[in-house]
Design a protein around this ligand. Structure first.
Ligand SMILES: *[C@@H]1O[C@H](CO)[C@@H](O)[C@H](O)[C@H]1NC(C)=O
Ligand SMILES: *[C@@H]1O[C@H](CO)[C@@H](O)[C@H](O)[C@H]1NC(C)=O
Ligand SMILES: *[C@@H]1O[C@H](CO)[C@@H](O)[C@H](O)[C@H]1NC(C)=O
Length: 369
């Protein structure tokens, strides 16, 4: 009330002068920060290249029931739509949502900037040899002191090193894959970095400039190739996107030797789960109904009327609550396989109704207990 009264006491000239001073102040601040670094806010980008709170991509497998596809088609979903859309782009073109998003790192050599943090991590990196011992987790982080995105995905050998620009690996074409991108404010990355410590991801290319070291010491350690020890076996954190959407991050370290779905997430969220994951013959964990909440393997997926495929052609990892009341969807890193019980990795869960409908309706057939 006091400030309103004071404003009305000012003459138009005084108000003009105040506004001018404010914009001058802003300009000077930007100059001091160095205007070579002026760039649009780092954000997930949609199919048209515009900022978006979150998006999900479902890259379709090449071998489908009754059809052989190109291996580069994908379905797209974001905060402005409520069902899967077939993309008009191919996943190996830099024009779609993933390309638009990653180009913020690639273009103008942004990766050389000392005003942003980035990390490319993948247990199976491009070019380099596979090394045992890291978490089974794949993704990208890119942010500055203001905001940025986290993009976990299931695609081996992706994304490419920054100097090569956007490239999609041939090995990523045959199987189904998913990617989730969420835009967060800077503060949220401090929590995300703590979750990554549990994963112990293989950072094959990254940068944590000096001005971030005080806030993100563990991220800097991961970037240098050392292994920070997590404080416990698991960690669950709530993350809020820039658009106000809540995501739950479940992170397990290698010290929790268990199936993340059955041993933890289903029981923690009190939900029976239907799980799509990449299960190799002989290593599969069967559907499991021995604990109070049950976990069942999805066998066949039909994300849209004309697309039907077997789980064994799909390398993605996601789950939904069996019942519609829960509206739970998670996307993540780990398969329901014996060997993955010993891996670091995680899941990101949401109660968003359109995400739930898109994935729950895609379940064509699952194996009961
Ligand atoms: C993308 O992949 C398709 C199918 O393999 C291929 O025909 C096309 O030339 C590729 N495009 C690019 C830009 O690599
Ligand atoms: C990341 O990759 C670029 C080339 O794409 C290279 O110049 C840079 O040194 C790499 N950084 C690290 C930390 O490996
Ligand atoms: C079901 O999962 C739990 C937790 O991972 C495990 O302890 C139990 O042995 C499993 N039961 C069967 C029948 O596999």
């Amino acid at each position: 009330m006091v400030s309103v009264g004071m404003m009305s006491a000012l003459s138009p000239f005084q108000m003009f002068w105040m506004a001018t001073r404010r914009s001058l102040f802003l300009q000077i601040t930007l100059m001091v920060l160095g205007c070579t670094e002026c760039r649009p806010p780092l954000s997930c980008r949609n199919e048209a290249g515009d900022p978006v709170d979150w998006f999900i991509i479902y890259k379709l497998p090449q071998y489908r029931i009754g059809e052989i596809g190109s291996g580069v088609e994908y379905l797209y979903l974001d905060s402005s739509s409520d069902s899967w859309q077939m993309s008009k782009f191919m996943i190996n073109s830099s024009q779609g949502a993933i390309g638009n998003t990653l180009n913020q790192l690639y273009e103008g050599k942004a990766y050389e900037s000392n005003s942003l943090v980035y990390a490319l991590y993948n247990d199976g990196p491009p070019v380099l040899k596979y090394i045992k011992g890291y978490g089974h987790t794949k993704g990208v982080l890119l942010f500055d002191h203001s905001q940025g995105f986290w993009l976990p995905h299931s695609i081996p050998r992706f994304p490419s090193f920054p100097d090569g620009g956007y490239l999609y690996p041939t090995s990523g074409k045959v199987n189904g894959q998913t990617a989730l991108c969420v835009t967060f404010q800077y503060q949220q990355f401090l929590n995300i970095a703590k979750q990554l410590v549990y994963f112990y991801p293989r950072f094959y290319n990254c940068s944590v400039p000096a001005s971030f070291l005080a806030d993100l010491p563990q991220l800097a350690q991961l970037c240098k190739g050392s292994k920070p020890e997590p404080a416990s076996k698991t960690s669950m954190k709530e993350l809020v996107s820039i658009g106000g959407n809540t995501f739950l991050s479940f992170a397990k370290s290698e010290h929790l030797v268990d199936d993340i779905y059955t041993g933890w997430v289903a029981q923690a969220l009190d939900a029976d789960l239907l799980v799509q994951s990449w299960q190799r013959q002989g290593w599969k964990l069967p559907s499991n109904c021995s604990l109070p909440k049950h976990v069942m393997n999805i066998q066949r997926i039909q994300p849209s009327e004309s697309v039907l495929f077997h789980s064994y052609n799909d390398h993605s990892k996601w789950c939904v609550s069996q019942t519609y009341e829960k509206q739970l969807t998670c996307l993540g890193d780990l398969n329901r396989e014996v060997s993955q019980m010993r891996c670091g990795g995680g899941l990101i869960c949401t109660f968003n109704p359109s995400v739930y409908n898109a994935f729950r309706r895609a379940v064509d057939w699952y194996e009961g207990c």
